[in-house]
Design a protein around this ligand. Structure first.
Ligand code: 2M8
Length: 414
């Protein structure tokens, strides 16, 4: 019996708030979109009913236009900022007004494979397809195949150096007073800086003034990034939705999704930069490539069967970043000026990112490299516990503790 698996399950019990799981107590007291998808995959290993509940509770927050918001505020809590009164979305169940990477359909396919329960999977498939269409309609209105983010929080990698240039154009003025709660729970040195929060909230104010209407937001957005990590995840979700559509005999859905997948596959391939050995995002305000060296550039491994020359270059680059690190994989290239090994998405290693990379390495035939990354992740968690993330230099567990997606990742990877 692996005691760590027991502990991981206990974390998910402790973070249960009635059929949904908070990322961790107090720091994140609501249901987060991609956290719940990772958690559902963890539950799928031993409690499929609970896994379905996790996804069912998340879609209670789905908007009529198809968006599944990044936070669903099922019950009030005063330990988090910004809460529902800042978002002003006027949704029946209070939610935020932005979204997060679409891991949901990836989790749903795994869950369906575990149960074969069409009755329970089908409504979730419908919700996922509606959201998939929303991504293309609202976040790629020009039909490029890459989807854009209008807020760094949508990436899940909130203060990544990838946003530094694009975010610098966003004013620090806000209509809403910024009253941070996060730095009361964890060390401020591990969190985004105050000016980041000013800009995050400036964006929320801007979109609330557009009544959260996608076309108005698109026209007004001071931050607009066609993002490679989210698009790569969307493509994997598209592959999984296409497989479910076939399974359910939904042939029209299947061909619609296949066409979107094909367009996105080509669009991602066009973002390969051989001189950087990475894929890059594009800043749609300036029209420039985003060259900041972050983990996002490797995530296309997850959803593309790449040429071996490209895989070789990606893997060599990944190895160079991991060299001398106690824990792989650093989310920013060690040694560059923006690298801060303890500060959130500016350098630390995250179990869920490793999970995506491990799947991507396996898909592209790099089983040994996947195995090394798997061991590094497991070892870090067993040494330090189920922390939100890890300092790759020292291995120290950082951020929130008793963290749900780290528990789910452990169960999946061990
Ligand atoms: C972090 O983001 C939230 C905002 O969504 C925050 O800092 O308040 C990110 O790590 C994000 O990826 C994650 O989903 C969320 C909850 O774990 O926390």
């Amino acid at each position: 019996m692996n005691l760590h698996i027991d502990q991981a399950k206990r974390i998910l019990v402790a973070n249960d708030r009635g059929g949904y799981t908070v990322p961790t107590d107090r720091l994140y007291p609501f249901q987060w979109n991609w956290d719940s998808a990772f958690v559902a995959m963890g539950f799928a290993l031993y409690d499929t009913d609970r896994a379905y509940r996790e996804l069912e509770r998340l879609i209670e927050g789905q908007w009529t236009d198809g968006m599944i918001p990044h936070i669903v505020f099922h019950q009030p809590s005063d330990t988090y900022f910004p809460g529902p009164s800042v978002w002003r979305t006027r949704h029946t169940i209070p939610t935020s007004g932005i979204t997060q990477p679409p891991v949901f359909a990836i989790a749903l396919r795994k869950l369906h494979e575990a149960t074969g329960d069409k009755t329970r999977t089908l409504p979730l498939y419908e919700a996922a397809l509606k959201w998939h269409r929303w991504w293309y309609a609202a976040r790629d209105p020009e039909g490029t195949g890459l989807v854009a983010l209008l807020h760094p929080w949508e990436s899940g990698s909130d203060n990544s150096p990838a946003w530094d240039l694009a975010l610098a154009r966003v004013p620090t003025t806000t209509d809403t007073p910024v009253v941070r709660k996060d730095t009361g729970h964890v060390n401020a040195l591990m969190r985004p800086r105050n000016e980041d929060y000013q800009r995050f909230i400036h964006l929320v104010d801007t979109y609330a003034a557009c009544d959260w209407e996608p076309a108005r937001q698109w026209a007004k957005a001071p931050f607009k990034v066609a993002e490679i990590q989210t698009t790569a995840i969307l493509l994997k979700a598209g592959e999984d939705l296409e497989a479910l559509a076939h399974e359910f005999g939904r042939m029209e859905d299947a061909s619609e999704i296949a066409a979107l997948n094909e367009k996105t596959r080509n669009a991602i391939l066009a973002q390969w930069r051989p001189d950087l050995s990475r894929f890059v995002s594009r800043d749609l305000v300036s029209g420039w490539d985003i060259e900041a060296p972050t983990q996002a550039g490797f995530i296309p491994l997850l959803s593309l069967d790449l040429d071996q020359a490209v895989v070789g270059a990606l893997v060599d680059e990944m190895k160079a970043w991991s060299k001398g690190m106690k824990v792989a994989f650093p989310t920013v290239k060690p040694g560059v000026a923006s690298w801060e090994p303890k500060r959130y998405w500016r350098g630390p290693a995250w179990a869920i990112i490793n999970w995506l990379l491990i799947d991507g390495l396996k898909r592209n035939g790099r089983v040994d490299d996947a195995e090394k990354l798997r061991k590094s992740t497991i070892t870090a968690i067993e040494a330090e516990g189920f922390a939100e993330y890890f300092d790759p230099v020292t291995g120290e567990g950082c951020g929130g503790l008793g963290f749900s997606w780290t528990a789910a990742a452990y169960m999946w990877l061990v």
